[in-house]
Design a protein around this ligand. Structure first.
Ligand code: ZN
Length: 73
């Protein structure tokens, strides 16, 4: 009997993926888009991971959960 237990590869990879989403990634293609109901323009960007459009006030992607960096330098 082993005295240690190794972490199964699939669990390890899931943990790595979860950690990667905690790391800020720069939003791509920040552009103004007009709200369908409000008619007000808000900044929108594309998630660098899944490509979903995300309104600027959101700290993470609503689709994949990636944390987003909105710095515009
Ligand atoms: Zn995403």
């Amino acid at each position: 009997m082993k005295k240690y237990h190794s972490i199964p590869e699939e669990k390890r990879q899931a943990a790595v993926k979860a950690l990667e989403k905690q790391v800020l990634k720069e939003v791509r293609n920040i552009y103004p888009s007009q709200g369908k109901e409000t008619g007000i323009y808000i900044l929108t960007g594309d998630c660098p991971v899944c490509g979903s459009s995300v309104p600027a006030e959101q700290r993470c992607c609503g689709n994949c959960g990636q944390r987003l960096d909105w710095s515009l330098d």
